[in-house]
Design a protein around this ligand. Structure first.
Ligand code: BES
Ligand code: MN
Ligand code: ZN
Length: 494
């Protein structure tokens, strides 16, 4: 899809679909909608008066202009109540416009931008949110489908920009949306396609294209560095693990700012010997979502060029119950020297992250953010759409929550509690890898805290929002690429 700005006479645009909007309960059409209405000799206003259309959020009224306009179709889209209209609803409306265009096989679309958001989004932000809604909402994972099953998205979408902003908003939003869709593509690939080695090859490809540095450690090198917790998880699979370290360095390099982003990279989570039941094992190809979000971020950085050094770190492994698999009761030693008693091999993410975080600490970044599909408990606590946010630094937690809010990704804080600390104590080792029955997302986060030293750190548990059974808004069914947009927003505004 090509998105551009249209500065000509909007009403006279030659297009397959001309889109204007209306707020719920609005008496008179305004702006572009009023202009289109007069060209149609009051047809839109007439239908509104007859209560055929009330402007409810996402509602569509489609008209054939019968030669009164050059457009083949006119679409009036409902924007909902104006006092509830946010920048994120602007994204969702544009996603809806794309699905409408697909259903009527429109190749070229012209759409007005809808201002008067409650957050008073400046014009540039409207161009950005429209572009994001279009590109994120237009995503389909169709690689394994026959050609004829595909419904094509429009070739061009032209945004009416009477206030003549620069196309910069389109450029930035495109980079961010493409990075998100890249992460979605990777997560949607199944475990038989994406193994730890394939993930490492993908990281190398990114590095080559974007001028990043890439270091990949093999099993032997992982062992040499003392990453015993990570290796324990990996040893039950015939697919060997890989440790991936990508680095983006700004050209100017003056700010001295740095961050490590660490992603859980379990290419498939069977549970290991603490095997998951069949129902729970389904969709566990998504257990690499954190890692893929990190790759998505690294995909965008060479084009966004923030003045921040960024380390992307992934401990990639497959959690399988093969003959060499680790057992419950095993004791492993992480890279930072801590010993861990493995009570449940299905709590594997925190074991791999223990070593990935220890590695990150050695790079001495100013801050660390990790993303992980870590616990079912987080989904129980916050539902399927919201990520849990934890960490050791209030200011960093708040900054990440704010970035999430501005991008439309749903995130919510969960509290660490010293009362829970004893639940992670083992009788035979420094730590055990599960707590008691309660607050599982929090005990998992507190386990990770043992591996970040004093570095300001935030942990995002994305087990819920990483994957959708059903599409909603601009999030498709399947992988969502959650985290990519929040992290890029955080990094570029640092
Ligand atoms: N990858 C899972 C968590 C998960 C569950 C992600 C559902 C996405 C959807 C993780 O490795 C896991 O199995 N966690 C266990 C932890 C338990 C054994 C302490 C869980 O949540 O049941
Ligand atoms: Mn697991
Ligand atoms: Zn897992």
């Amino acid at each position: 899809m090509k998105i551009d700005l249209f500065r000509g006479d909007f009403v006279r645009a030659r297009t397959d679909l001309l889109v204007v909007g209306m707020f719920e309960g609005q008496k008179r059409l305004q702006g572009t909608a009023a202009a289109v209405n007069s060209a149609l000799q009051g047809a839109l206003q007439g239908l509104i008066k007859a209560q055929e259309f009330k402007g409810g959020r996402g509602r569509i009224l489609m008209l054939h202009p019968l030669g009164r306009l050059p457009a083949s179709r006119v679409c009036l889209i409902g924007l909902g109540k104006q006092k509830e209209f946010t920048r994120d609803w602007h994204r969702r409306i544009f996603s809806r416009i794309v699905s409408t265009a697909r259903s009527v096989h429109a190749t070229h679309v012209h759409a007005a931008l809808f201002d008067k958001t409650t957050d008073n989004a400046p014009h540039e932000a409207l161009v950005r949110s429209a572009t994001e809604g279009i590109l994120l909402g237009g995503y389909v994972f169709k690689k394994y489908k026959k050609k004829k099953d595909r419904k094509e998205v429009p070739r061009t979408v032209s945004l009416f920009a009477d206030k003549a902003p620069s196309p910069k908003g389109i450029r930035i939003a495109t980079i961010v949306a493409e990075a998100t869709n890249y992460a979605r593509d990777l997560v949607n690939e199944p475990g038989n396609v994406i193994t730890p080695m394939v993930l490492a090859a993908e990281a190398r490809k990114l590095a080559r294209r974007g001028g990043l540095t890439c270091r990949v450690l093999t099993e032997r090198e992982i062992a040499k560095r003392g990453m015993g917790a990570f290796l324990g998880v990996a040893q039950g699979s015939v697919n060997p693990p890989r440790f991936i370290h990508l680095t983006y360095r700004p050209r100017r390099g003056s700010s001295g700012k740095s961050i490590a982003v660490v992603g859980k990279g379990i290419t498939f989570d069977s549970g290991g010997l603490s095997l998951k039941p069949a129902e729970a094992m389904r969709t566990m190809k998504i257990d690499k979502s954190g890692a893929c979000a990190v790759l998505g971020v690294m995909h965008a950085l060479p084009r966004l060029k923030p003045n921040v050094a960024v380390h992307g770190i992934i401990a990639a492994a497959e959690n399988m119950p093969g003959g060499r698999a680790q057992r419950p009761d095993d004791i492993v030693r992480a890279m930072n020297g801590r010993t861990i008693e493995v009570l449940n091999t299905d709590a594997e993410g925190r074991l791999t992250l223990a070593d990935a975080l220890s590695y990150a600490v050695k790079l001495k970044p100013q801050r660390i953010i990790d993303l992980a599909t870590l616990t079912g408990a987080c989904v129980v606590a916050l539902g399927e759409y919201t990520a849990g946010v934890m960490g050791n630094d209030k200011a960093l937690i708040d900054a990440v929550l704010q970035a999430a809010d501005e991008t439309g990704e749903r995130m919510w804080p969960l509290p660490f509690d010293d009362n829970m600390k004893p639940h992670l104590k083992s009788k035979v080792a420094d730590l055990k890898n599960i707590g008691n029955r309660w607050g599982g997302a929090i005990t998992a986060g507190m386990f990770l805290e043992q591996f970040v030293d004093e570095i300001p750190w935030v942990h995002l548990d994305i087990a819920g929002p990483a994957f959708n059974e059903q599409h909603w808004g601009y999030n498709p069914g399947g992988a969502t690429g959650v985290g990519v947009r929040t992290l890029l927003h955080y990094i570029t505004t640092l």
